[in-house]
Design a binder for this molecule. Structure first.
Ligand code: SF4
Length: 435
């Protein structure tokens, strides 16, 4: 079997890729060339009937991911399924199952059934549940869950292969406050320190690629050392990116599509240089960022802090944004939290697209249409174009006005200006304000 990347390298493509190109408004040949170079990925497992495959990377629209999944405190599979449905309804381009409790195989398969967009997992979570104590995992356990998820049809997997003895050493010499906040990263660091061994994902990376290649799974190279607070935005994360850059080349050689994950928490002025450095180190691999959050004190509003960072990151080259919800750092999100997180992240993604090369013309058309509808007081059209139509309509309806809207009432600036300009009063000498 040829992977999508191998096909692209040979100038070939599966028929379904036509629809992907069409939905992105990109020429098929160009898309194939970008996939061949590894600058765009289209995650799709060979075992999946995926309704909406998505292109992620350069010259295609910015994508967003929504995480769902259980934790030991809340195992309600129906609720996680509902979250995934809501996330897709409000525009999530990918769903990741981060479940760590309950029947993990059952939860994953239930979610896979309803996921119409690329579906991702973090297999180390299941590996960690294979033994009573995490550090008792043997090396095979690391790979067993990867194979299991691949067989089920998972399209992309986060695998923390960049944390190795070298990067661990850099971490140990750092003055971090929070150390490691990546859950998968922390599990592996704990295992490495306890067992005094190299990370099996790094040591046996070729074996890992063999498994992924067989099912054409896209690897999302996890950043175990992503900073968990502004203070921790340090050398350790750069050290890991260098390793991830090497792994990107090995993925490409083997025909396995890959994405690289990034921070985390960062002061706003560090985001653009960091993203540009990542793009250089990874030779333009699609970048998948969590935020970055631009402050540590936005508890309850971390989705907004993350969207601010995402916009800066996207303008510098980030391609794929992982959503945050208002519950970040506080609790397992509810269905409402998921909806709000998706919408806010979608706004950031659209704002990125308004300036992104290759997609800005299409994105701007939507904003132009919205402005036209505003000018015409066409509320129906405005709601249709809004990222969250239901919310827009609800807010407009709860305080109706007999004029345009109840914000300005009879002093609607747009109406006044339209009338004035129709009568051309602004061209009258008497109306010219001097001084
Ligand atoms: S009333 Fe004010 S807010 Fe409402 S449409 Fe007119 S200018 Fe805009």
């Amino acid at each position: 079997m040829e992977t999508l990347m191998e096909m692209a390298k040979a100038g070939k493509y599966p028929e379904w890729l036509r629809d992907v190109a069409k939905s992105e408004g990109i020429e098929l040949d160009k898309l194939v060339r970008l996939i061949a170079k590894g600058e765009v990925v289209v995650p799709k497992n060979v075992n999946r009937e995926l309704r909406y495959p998505k292109a992620i990377g350069r010259f295609v629209s910015t994508k967003i991911n929504a995480n769902v999944g259980t934790s030991i405190d809340f195992v309600n599979v129906d609720e996680e399924v509902e979250k995934a449905i809501i996330a897709q309804r409000y525009g999530a381009d990918a769903i990741m199952d981060l479940s760590t409790a309950g029947d993990l195989d059952y939860i994953r398969r239930r979610l896979l059934e309803i996921a119409e967009v690329p579906f991702g997992t973090v297999p180390i979570y299941q590996s960690a549940r294979m033994k009573k104590v995490v550090v008792d995992m043997d090396e095979d356990d690391f790979f067993k869950s990867v194979e299991r998820h691949a067989k089920d049809g998972v399209d992309f997997m986060t695998i923390h292969a960049g944390i190795n003895k070298f990067t661990l050493d850099v971490l140990k010499k750092s003055d971090r406050l929070l150390g490691v906040v990546s859950r998968g990263g922390a599990i592996i660091v704990g295992w490495m320190v306890h067992n005094e061994k190299e990370n099996p994902y790094y040591k046996d990376f070729d074996y890992l690629l063999e498994i992924l290649r067989e099912y054409d799974v896209t690897i999302s190279l996890g950043d175990a050392l992503r900073p968990g607070c502004l203070h921790d935005s340090d050398r350790a994360k750069f050290a890991e990116w260098v390793v991830l850059g090497e792994l990107v080349e090995r993925c490409r050689e083997k025909g396995v599509q890959c994405i690289v994950e990034g921070p985390g928490h960062m002061p706003a002025d560090q985001i653009a240089p960091a993203v540009k450095a990542m793009k250089v180190v990874t030779k333009n691999a699609p970048l998948y960022l969590l935020g970055p959050l631009v402050t540590d004190v936005a508890l309850g509003y971390d989705h907004i802090a993350g969207a601010m960072g995402a916009l800066i990151a996207g303008m510098a080259g980030a391609d794929f944004i992982c959503y945050l919800t208002p519950a970040e750092h506080l609790a397992l999100p509810t269905v409402d939290d998921v909806r709000e997180g998706v919408v806010v992240t979608k706004i950031a993604a659209h704002a990125i697209d308004l300036v992104k090369e290759g997609v800005r013309e299409r994105a701007r058309k939507i904003d132009y249409e919205m402005s036209l509808a505003r000018k015409r007081f066409d509320w129906g059209r405005q709601f249709k174009l809004a990222i969250d139509s239901e919310r827009a309509k609800e807010i407009w309806s709860r305080r109706r006005s007999k004029f345009a809207c109840s914000m300005c009432g009879d002093l609607c600036a747009i109406k006044i200006a339209q009338k004035a300009l129709e009568r051309n009063v602004f061209n009258s000498k008497d109306d010219v304000c001097e001084g």
